[in-house]
Write a protein that binds this ligand. Structure first.
Ligand code: SAH
Length: 224
């Protein structure tokens, strides 16, 4: 096994336990989600220079102007998708370094993930391989389009904010399926949850958030 996976000192299992207790104190109550956050070594997803901050509940830079999501947000979104459901097929948009992907992959049977920046996607693949995760399929592409061929999805999670919810993503939801994502311009984003019902989609607002923007088109493979 990769020796980095264990962690020592500020990247140890005890440090992760403290993170989980903080998430609990902030209202995260889904035990499946909390257990998975405790299991995933977040420090392997970030630069070694920042590894000692891996279990602070904060977003950190991962290059290309992007960030690894804050654990609280990963937990909150995952919990919102899971509530009273057992999603089997899930789409994630905005793989980044793969942290949220790793959390989800331990909870849902089939996961599809899309990232527009090729070098980040390559890094995410490596990270997930190191963790032995093998139920994820990756796509270098534009998340605005979703991934229709593998849908419809019981859950769709988006880790970047568009001005408005893309109709294409809503159309890839299975009956009863949920789309959880940030929407709105910088400084005024809200986390929303759409649930597909026979009569259309129900929209709920889950509170203010701060994400990088969802951008159209792809960047890569050389980081152009
Ligand atoms: N889920 C990641 C967070 C990544 S930040 C984690 O756990 O760390 C958001 C990511 O969304 C960035 O990597 C960014 O490149 C990506 N992104 C932005 N717009 C996108 C789009 N249209 N399609 C796919 N990915 C996109």
């Amino acid at each position: 096994m990769d020796p980095r996976l264990d962690g020592i000192g500020l990247t140890s299992a005890r440090t992760r336990d403290r993170l989980v207790e903080r998430l609990r104190a902030q209202g995260i109550h889904d035990e499946t989600v909390l257990a998975r956050i405790r299991d995933v070594p977040r420090h392997i997803f970030i630069d070694e220079a920042l590894a000692s901050r891996a279990y602070e509940d904060t977003a950190l830079p991962i290059g290309y102007g992007q960030t690894i999501s804050q654990p609280y947000i990963v937990a909150r979104m995952t919990e919102a998708m899971l509530e009273r459901r057992s999603p089997r097929t899930v789409l994630e948009v905005g793989t980044g370094c793969g942290y949220q992907t790793a959390v989800l992959a331990g909870i849902v049977p089939r996961l599809f993930t899309i990232e527009r920046i090729a070098p980040l996607l390559a890094r995410a693949k490596e990270n997930l391989r190191a963790l032995g995760v093998d139920n994820v399929r990756f796509r270098h592409g534009d998340g605005y389009e979703g991934w229709r061929a593998n849908g419809p999805y019981d859950g769709i999670l988006v880790a970047a904010a568009p001005p408005e919810v893309p109709a294409e993503l809503l159309s890839q939801l299975a009956p009863g399926g949920r789309l959880v994502m940030p929407v709105g311009p910088e400084g005024r984003q809200v986390l929303v949850r759409y649930t597909r019902r026979e009569t259309g989609c129900v929209r709920e607002e889950l509170g203010p958030v701060s994400f990088v923007p969802l951008l159209a088109g792809v960047v890569g493979p050389a980081g152009r």
